[in-house]
Every structure is written in structure tokens, then in C-alpha cells.
Design a protein around this ligand. Structure first.
Ligand code: GDP
Ligand code: MG
Ligand code: ZN
Length: 292
């Protein structure tokens, strides 16, 4: 039995790469269909070899996470690309992405691109606030290549996916960190983007042995309405060490008295901005529940 990761799937065929960088074209064992289990890109699987190029997927290892769009499993890291200018940074969007990614149990790395367009003070400010929360942050420039080596370093041994708004330089950076697949860049309307009207499976692009990059940006839908009200707090890293210290064990850090989280906001240990974001999303979730 060979162990490997599914890097590509096309019409019932799965391409599994083993630890020696051999690729096997595989079919899935029939039993999966009965179990309503389909192998997906990113799955770590065991393959029974038929010859030196073909095999049957016999077993899918438990997934540590699974995205829907793109359909990929076992993401280790989401690289959130933002620019401070062109387009102007939207902190609410950044925080919503972080919430979603925390919810999936994926590590987030913040990449601030277009360093040439940002002023030094604002770079320092964002570094300070997000490093304070516990996120790594890398400053890049898609044109000069600044920060790209650091970014590549952070990807080693992981499956990474890019996320972030359009126009920030995701495709540009994608092209800089690997030389296998070229992504269209610039102000294209999206019409020429690959696979727009056809179902296309995402692929893992291999950067080096054990290091992969999903070829499609993730987390484009920022709908958080599926989240449980009581779970939202766990998506805020800076709340973690105070949870359980509120007066009421059911505290969701809104209007309750004796709330440790609110106390920490007052003391400046948690920023007012992030707490406001928390309250805003909490309110959205509560209003959604009422509609049902
Ligand atoms: N000034 C500047 N422009 C950049 C940088 N990185 C990318 N761009 C440009 O920003 C535009 C959008 O980039 P693209 O990679 O298509 O963004 P995407 O929509 O996030 O994939 C393109 O015109 C790029 O050439 C950068 O670091 N500085
Ligand atoms: Mg793009
Ligand atoms: Zn509380």
C-alpha cells in the first residue's frame, strides 16, 4: 500500500502523489459510493498499486478540515492577501475572513501586498494590531518580489490556500511563488477566468515535496450565518485566555454584566475595533435566528 495525497481529480480519476513524488492515476474503491464518501483533492489516502502508474484508493484518512469552494481537504494555512491601498483595506472584511478561517480550524497568515503604495505608519499599525492578536504578518510587493521568500518559507510542508478581495495581487503572488501554473493578473472582468461556467476541480500545485498551493482562491463567500451564536467567541483569538472568566458561564460578551471580555476591552487588552466587529456579527447572527 502506498500513502499519498490527492493533488487532482478529473471525472472519477484521482491523481495521488506519494512521498517520493511519484504520481499514480487512481480510481476510488466502489465501497466509498455506498458510504457516500467521495475522495477530494487534499485527501491523504492509501492506494493499492495496480502497476507503477495506476492504483485503487482503498482508504481515506480522516480529514482535519474541508472547504466547499474550492472543494479541498486538509488545508494547513490560509494566506489572506490584502493591500492597504488600491484597493483600500477593509478591516471588517479581513476580520470576517479571520473568523471564518478560525472556525474551520485553519491557521491564517496575513500578507499585506503592494508595500510600495502603503505608508510606513499604516504598515506599522496593522503589524502591531494583528501580531498582538497572535497572527503572523508578512509584507510583500508583487512587483519587486519583496517578502516573497519569507512567504515561500511559511508555506514549507503545508497545503496553503490564498484568500482576499479582488485586485490585491493574489494572482501576482501566486505566480511568484511557483512556476508551474500561470494565473491571469490585472483588471480583467473575470470573463476569461478558467472554469467559470464549467465545474472544474481545484488542483494542488506542488511547490516542493510536501508543499502545496491550492490553485483557486478560497473563502470568497463571507456568509457567516451558519455559525452558532455561542461559537463566534472562539473565532477571536484574543478572547481565548479570558473565556470562562465571565460571571455567567453562558456569557456571550454582549449585554451581560461581569463580563471579562468587556473588562479587557476597557483595559485595552482587546481592541475596541475587534470587539465592535464581534458585536456587529453577533447582532447579525441574532437577527438571522429571529427570522426563522
Ligand atoms: N503597485 C503594486 N501593484 C501590484 C502589486 N502586486 C500586484 N500588483 C498589481 O495589482 C493588480 C491586481 O493584481 P492581481 O494579481 O490580478 O490581483 P488579484 O485580483 O488579487 O488576483 C495588477 O495590475 C498587478 O500588477 C504590488 O505589490 N504593488
Ligand atoms: Mg486573481
Ligand atoms: Zn463575557
Amino acid at each position: 500500500m502506498e500513502e499519498g495525497v490527492i493533488v487532482k481529480g478529473i471525472a472519477g480519476f484521482y491523481y495521488v502523489e506519494d512521498n517520493d513524488e511519484n504520481i499514480f492515476e487512481c480510481k476510488a474503491r466502489g465501497i466509498f459510493r455506498k458510504e457516500k464518501l467521495s475522495p477530494i483533492v487534499g485527501d491523504r489516502v492509501y492506494v493499492e498499486l495496480l502497476d507503477d502508474k495506476h492504483g485503487i484508493i482503498n482508504e481515506i484518512q480522516p480529514r482535519k478540515n474541508q472547504l466547499v469552494r474550492p472543494l479541498v481537504a486538509n488545508i494547513d494555512q490560509a494566506i489572506l492577501v490584502f493591500a492597504l491601498k488600491k484597493p483600500d483595506i477593509n478591516y471588517l472584511l479581513l476580520d470576517k475572513l479571520l473568523i471564518l478561517i478560525e472556525h474551520y480550524g485553519i491557521n491564517a497568515l496575513i500578507c499585506i501586498n503592494k508595500s510600495d503604495l502603503a505608508d510606513a505608519d499604516e504598515i506599522e499599525k496593522i503589524k502591531h494590531s494583528y501580531k498582538g492578536i497572535g497572527y503572523d504578518l508578512i509584507i510583500t510587493n508583487g512587483k519587486t518580489g519583496e517578502g516573497i521568500e519569507l512567504l515561500k518559507e511559511s508555506m514549507k510542508g503545508k497545503i496553503s490556500v490564498f484568500a482576499g478581495p479582488s485586485g490585491v495581487g493574489k494572482s501576482t503572488i501566486f505566480n511568484k511563488v511557483q512556476d508551474k501554473v500561470v494565473m491571469e493578473t490585472g483588471d480583467i472582468s473575470g470573463k476569461v477566468e478558467r472554469g467559470k461556467h464549467t465545474t472544474r476541480h481545484s488542483e494542488l500545485i506542488k511547490i516542493s515535496q510536501g508543499t502545496f498551493l491550492v490553485d483557486t482562491p478560497g473563502f470568497s463567500s463571507l456568509d457567516l450565518s451558519f455559525m452558532e451564536i455561542g461559537d463566534l467567541q472562539y473565532s477571536f483569538r484574543e478572547f481565548a485566555k479570558y473565556l470562562g472568566e465571565c460571571k455567567y458561564s453562558s456569557c456571550i460578551h454582549g449585554k451581560e454584566s461581569g463580563c471579562k471580555v468587556k473588562e479587557m476591552v476597557e483595559k485595552g487588552k482587546i481592541t475596541q475595533e475587534r470587539y465592535n466587529t464581534y458585536l456587529g456579527i453577533l447582532k447579525e447572527l441574532q437577527e438571522n435566528r429571529r427570522k426563522w
